[in-house]
Design a protein around this ligand. Sequence first.
Ligand code: HEC
Ligand code: HEC
Length: 332
Amino acid sequence: MGKKLLWIVIAVLGVACGEIAYLSLKPPKVAAPKEIKVELTPERVARGKYLVDAVGGCVDCHSIVDETKFAAPSVPGGYLKGRVMAKELGLPGEFSAANLTPDPETGIGKWSDGQVIRAIREGIGHDNRVLFPFMPYTEYKSMSDADVESIVAYLRSIPAARNSLPPSKIAFPVGLFIKTVPEPVAKVAEPNHGNAVEYGKYLTTIAGCKSCHTPVDRGAPVPGREFAGGHEFGAGAMKAVSYNLTPDNSTGLGTWTEEQFLKKFHDYKEYAEKGPPPVTAENWTVMPWLGYSQLERDDLKAIFAYLKTVPAISNAVETRPGAKKDKTKGHL
Ligand code: HEC
Ligand code: HEC
């Protein structure tokens, strides 16, 4: 190794070590959980169910699912019972998505409402641990107070199910780097449901559309390419690439009508109700279509209205590169 190169290596390692030392000492921003007792009104429980099942995707990560079926539906009796995240996801460590049923020993039964709310929006677990941001609290931080309280009301209303999970183990030094991610959230006002673009933006944020539909480079979203699609997902031989959701006329949603957009989602209702078909290279996906198929018409209209306002970016995406025939082209 040349002397110059050696010095560069030492300098780089020095910075990395310095950073690690700094982060080890720096405590995460942790606020005390709110002192709150959420009232279990029927309206709240219903709204919470909609957010958990259709909008927020909680059910997809926090249930025992059947990966051999399209869009991995929950198995009977596995709903919100929690699970160990699959190795194929390539996460830095071993992660258990918590049992969200009210079981006092293995679920959220003994956690206060404030603790559950803080975990969802601020990424601090019931035990004051920094949660790995694969749990999308960086998006849920935009969730209104009423919505996050509705989620708590709903989770308290479902039957308790025992399922003990191993604690999450995060690989070094990732645990240090994520310490800066959680942020305390004070109050989040209700978005204006009467303004389609504003409410659509809200739903798009808490549904996580942007994080999957923005390309990533070394784990970080590429600036200026928001919603342009091209984020690649895979598991073994299966591959899917997210679509361009910007209003570009030839490669994005520009030429889609509102009806086509709604139909795309509601076509999956049949699968959600009767059970989806087996996974193939033609239909494999990570997009939670079964939950989203339950999105109400007005909510999908709002999401579509908002997506029409984001800057158009030209980016042609082949959504199923491994498939013989890309069935998703069916929309045009
Ligand atoms: C993409 C997958 C994913 C989605 C979607 C998701 N979670 Fe999580 N969640 C996780 C994982 C993984 C963890 C554990 C993280 C860790 O241990 O570092 C977690 C942790 C939690 C915790 C904290 C448990 C504790 O120890 O205190 C709560 C509460 C929670 N999630 C609720 C929700 C709710 C409610 C939703 C929907 C609004 C949701 N999650 C959506 C993956 C997900
Ligand atoms: C977990 C990642 C993920 C999330 C969250 C997600 N998508 Fe997708 N989406 C994908 C992938 C991957 C594809 C391509 C494969 C497929 O069509 O299922 C896709 C495809 C699509 C398509 C194109 C379907 C076609 O006909 O080609 C639309 C439209 C879409 N997503 C809209 C959305 C909207 C709106 C949201 C938020 C409500 C969203 N997606 C959230 C990953 C995601």
